[in-house]
Design a protein around this ligand. Structure first.
Ligand SMILES: [Zn+2]
Ligand SMILES: [Zn+2]
Length: 286
């Protein structure tokens, strides 16, 4: 029996497995990319993913970090890599040491400070890029970007052997190309994310929208979260093909949230949206 009953969405060839309720738990894994955005309470199904991209240290996003790392050791899996804002490295280290003492076992961890502009290689053709968010001190978001090389236009008519010959001569015949696959905003107040091209053009945007009712605008500002009045216009400026919405509260049901989004957004924007915790949209394949 797995520890969690996770949402399961499939977008093209990517599975998105997760759970997200504001203040309770947020964890979103993409197995094909080998990344887990935040760790929540460390669901069993996501412990084998090798990279946790932690946006900030709040309990609902980070509570399971020691369990994630320790349980990998228990199961004989290599040490997990955690990209996390610089201010969280020391406290996480203290937590791991304390749990290590309680448990009688050192917890191995590869903690890497993630600050805006940093890039980290996840796989040979895959990087995680860090960007700033507006939530807690040093909070960040992450984009996972595929990197490819594309033949320069002037060489596109050449045969295989001609290309090999040019490469032998040391000629640079390719340009690097970036294909942003998914961007995760974590918790954040409104910022104009459409100004970051790799976020705006990511095929999938995973974004929080915590507040929906008019009277909650102040609460959204106080907690540094997004309100639908800010989220809606932002989405209209973004170029993402799919938008996965997370971090709703128990105050607004999925059904109500969907109705409000439908009322406020142009139809072509509304149809891009999947609410993570919307059971009716879950993929029921294997
Ligand atoms: Zn949160
Ligand atoms: Zn938070």
């Amino acid at each position: 029996m797995p520890s969690h009953y996770l949402a399961k969405i499939k977008i093209d060839d990517l599975d998105i497995l997760g759970y997200s309720v504001a203040g309770e738990e947020t964890v979103i894994g993409l197995p094909q990319l080998d990344v887990c955005f935040d760790i929540g309470k460390a669901p069993d199904q996501l412990i084998s993913l090798n990279h946790v991209l932690l946006t900030h240290g709040h309990m609902d996003h980070a509570a399971g970090i020691a369990y994630y790392l320790s349980h990998r050791k228990f199961n004989g899996i290599d040490t997990g890599t955690v990209l996390t804002p610089p201010n969280t490295i020391h406290p996480i280290g203290e937590i791991l040491n304390a749990w290590g003492r309680l448990d009688g076992n050192r917890i191995p961890a590869n903690l890497i400070a993630a600050k805006p502009g940093d890039e980290y290689q996840i796989k040979p053709n895959l990087i995680a890029r860090v960007f700033p968010t507006k939530h807690s001190y040093q909070s960040v978001g992450f984009s996972v970007i595929e990197t490819r090389k594309k033949l320069k236009t002037e060489y596109q008519g050449l045969t295989g052997p001609q290309i090999v010959e040019l490469k032998k001569q040391g000629v640079t015949i390719e340009n690097p190309v970036e294909i942003p696959i998914v961007s995760y905003l974590g918790d954040t107040a409104y910022m104009d994310f459409s100004r970051l091209e790799y976020v705006s053009k990511s095929k999938i945007l995973i974004a929080e929208c915590t507040f929906f009712e008019n009277e909650h605008i102040e609460r959204a500002n106080a907690g540094k979260h997004m309100h639908i009045d800010e989220f809606g216009p932002l989405l209209e400026r973004m170029e993402n093909k799919h938008v996965v919405m997370t971090h709703l509260t128990h105050r607004t049901s999925v059904l109500e949230a969907r109705k409000m989004l439908e009322k406020r957004l142009p139809a072509e924007v509304f149809k891009k949206i999947i609410i993570l915790m919307d059971h009716s949209r879950w993929y029921r394949g294997k």
